[in-house]
Ligand binder design. Structure first.
Ligand code: FAS
Ligand code: PHB
Length: 393
């Protein structure tokens, strides 16, 4: 058995866990990261594409911002396609200059892994049967199976950054935890293609046939989504069928300019709103998807993980460097206040743009009225914009 002694054990080697480990290490606070899957598997996931300024700032503070600043693109707005036309949301104009960075989560994770390696950070892959112990004691510890043996890490704190299906949230007693969930009756079929983006900025499309999104990763790598029934499987959709359906949901002039090509990734993501309260139990802190899930419409998933990590990073700094635990003690309440606002925005934007399978004509008219109000009111656009660029930490 290998035994470790560290200050913080982080479960999960996704963006949340890696970012926290990197930030803490630069402040002299020791951690180890336990990741179930291989690095190749983690880096093979295609997920978020839009970074709020808060996450951009954290990546720079973590010493991981160079490639993001070189290859990422600053976007000052995006389009909503509806009734055959494009209307633009001027993010910078409506928020006094705030913007978003278009840079894939895969690249964020790649940069974080590289930084962990460079600093000699401990990230263990292929760990199994992770168990959390002594969460209410002064000396919690974590055990796991690896290479045929049992291993143990003694620590001061445990951070559960192990995503929606992880072990951390399930380690909190059921009578302590409250879970809030809303499952949407549709999913997003996503395609990645080595083709130039159809437009300079993102296009969110509302169409009677269903939602579509035109996003991008670079000038030669595009990411597209269409709303599909939950019963669909990615293998049910040929590339040709996907491109034809996407074109049907875009204004004709936009569809005419769409460059199609073979999909290099194709997957369906379910949509749900989910929050687990509290985000702390004894010495265990939940962060990122382990604690909350949003429908990706508002591009908030990864960005909410970032604000959790910001609060934990400052809380651990104050605890270890100044002997002040107020930040850790208020973590759950502070994080949840921002989480619920992002949950609301993501739910609102999802309802604004998707076709409800059980919706009727009245629902469609109310949805159109929501859009008509949005594009007739500077205040409504400013409200959307301030949520999309990210509410203050
Ligand atoms: P993650 O799930 O990324 O990472 C958790 C890590 O913990 C994983 O690597 C997992 O292997 C590991 N783990 C799990 N259980 C473990 C255990 N028992 N022991 C050790 N390790 C364990 N967000 C957007 O903003 N836009 C999008 O378009 C978007 N698309 C998405 C599509 C999908 C299919 C999914 C699932 C999510 C999507 N998201 C999107 C949200 C996504 O970006 C998350 O918010 C982001 O990955 C959160 O990062 P983490 O909290 O690190 O969780
Ligand atoms: C993406 O590029 O994957 C993306 C962008 C914006 C969203 C969701 C996903 O709202």
């Amino acid at each position: 058995m290998t035994s470790y002694k560290t200050q913080v054990v982080i479960i999960g080697g996704g963006p949340s866990g890696l970012l926290l480990s990197q930030l803490l290490h630069r402040k002299g606070i020791d951690s180890i990261v336990l990741e179930k899957r291989s690095r190749e598997h983690v880096l093979g996931r295609i997920r978020a594409g839009v970074l709020e300024q808060g996450l951009v700032a954290l990546m720079r503070e973590a010493g991981c911002g160079a490639r993001m600043d070189r290859e990422g693109e600053t976007h000052e707005g995006f389009y909503i396609a509806h009734q055959g036309r494009l209307d633009r949301i001027n993010l910078a104009g409506a928020t006094g200059g705030a913007t978003v960075m278009v840079y894939g989560q895969t690249e964020v994770t790649r940069d974080l892994y590289a930084a962990r390696d460079e600093m000699g950070g401990v990230v263990l892959h292929g760990v199994e049967d992770v168990e959390l112990h002594g969460l209410r004691d002064t000396r919690p510890y974590v055990t796991w199976q690896q290479d045929g043996g049992t291993h143990r890490a003694d620590c001061d704190f445990i951070v559960g950054a192990d995503g929606f299906h992880g072990v951390s949230r399930k380690s909190i007693p059921a009578d302590v935890l409250t879970e809030y969930e809303k499952v949407y009756p549709f999913g997003w079929l996503g395609v990645l293609s080595q083709t130039p983006p159809v437009a300079e900025e993102l296009i969110y499309a509302r169409h009677p046939r269903g939602f579509a999104l035109c996003s991008q990763r670079s000038k030669c790598l595009s990411r597209y989504y269409i709303q599909v029934p939950l019963s669909d499987r990615a293998e049910d959709w040929s590339d040709d069928a996907f491109w034809a359906e996407l074109k049907r949901r875009l204004p004709q002039d936009v569809a005419a300019g769409l460059q199609t090509g073979p999909s290099i990734e194709k997957s369906i993501a379910p949509l749900r709103s989910f929050v687990a309260e509290p985000m702390r139990y004894g010495n265990l802190f939940l962060a990122g998807d382990a604690a909350h899930i949003v429908p990706p419409t508002g591009a908030k998933g990864l960005n909410l993980a970032a604000s959790d990590i910001y609060y934990l990073y400052h809380g651990f700094q104050d605890h270890y460097l100044n002997g002040d635990s107020a930040g850790l003690d208020s973590y759950s309440q502070k994080a949840l206040a921002r989480v619920w606002k992002a949950e609301r925005f993501s739910w609102w934007m999802t309802n604004l743009l998707h076709r409800a399978p059980d919706g009727n004509d009245t629902d469609l008219r109310l949805q159109q009225a929501d859009l008509d109000y949005l594009f007739s009111s500077a205040a409504a656009q400013a409200s959307l914009a301030e949520n999309y660029v990210g509410l203050p930490y």
